[in-house]
Design a protein around this ligand. Structure first.
Ligand code: 13P
Length: 229
């Protein structure tokens, strides 16, 4: 299983350090087939060691240059970071990243050998329009994305389930993952209100290779509880 923690705009450099020290101790004896990823905010990126991989939540597709407020490859390489989240719904929605921008980032970081967790997910009105509408919407987020990239992990995160406490149902996750699987052959995570109370039923679903967790990952005890559930 893959367990990924997306801190979003939470935690400081200091609290991330404390979190990762605790996590490193807890993971010392974790199941070897599991992989753990942590995506702290950009100010907390550093060269950490432990049985986990630290990645960037975002970066600009450039080595360096005049892109005020952004970080590029050079800033990630300083810490040996070779993993990135691309396409998160919050960036698509609040930062107005359209599919073309997302594809540019994807193509750039793929060319530089990054492991990419590529996020897709539909808004509530699309879910309410039925399975065909959901499939059309999600598959449109694959446009321009090289799905044969061997370091790609896909994360399905229905927007209406993010930060709402309301996870998708087991049936919704199973049918959506089955549809996605028939269109690609890479590890597939589910994200959206995953927490200790529902981790076991979610990871037990056929076609779920892991989870991408926001709120319930912010506390190291809660996140480790999920890893060891
Ligand atoms: P929550 O776990 O807070 O719903 O967030 C999910 C998410 O967006 C992870 O990327």
């Amino acid at each position: 299983m893959i367990y990924a923690a997306n801190f979003k705009t939470n935690h400081t450099r200091q609290s991330t350090k404390t979190y990762l020290e605790t996590l490193a101790q807890k993971l010392a004896d974790k199941r070897t087939e599991d992989r753990v990823f942590i995506f702290p905010p950009a100010t907390a990126l550093d060269s950490y060691s432990g049985n986990f991989t630290v990645g960037a939540q975002n970066a600009y597709p450039t080595q360096n240059g005049a892109f005020t407020g952004e970080i590029g490859l050079e800033q990630l390489e300083e810490f040996g970071i070779k993993t990135i989240l691309i396409g998160h719904s919050e960036r698509r929605e609040y930062l107005k990243e359209d599919q073309e921008t997302v594809v540019t980032k994807y193509t750039y970081f793929m060319a530089h050998g990054f492991e990419i967790i590529y996020c897709i997910g539909e808004p509530l009105e699309v879910r309410e329009a039925g399975e065909k509408a959901v499939a059309d919407y999600l598959l449109s987020q694959f446009e321009g994305i090289d799905l044969s990239y061997e370091k790609l992990i896909v994360a399905y995160e229905p927007i209406w389930a993010i930060g709402t406490g309301r996870s998708a149902t087991v049936e919704e996750i199973a049918s959506t993952h089955a549809m996605l699987r028939s269109n690609m052959d890479r590890p597939l995570l589910y994200g959206g209100s995953v927490k200790p109370a529902n981790i076991k039923e979610i990871t037990a679903i056929n076609g779920v290779d892991g989870v991408l967790v926001g709120s319930a990952s912010l506390d190291v005890e809660s996140f480790s509880e999920m890893i060891f559930a």
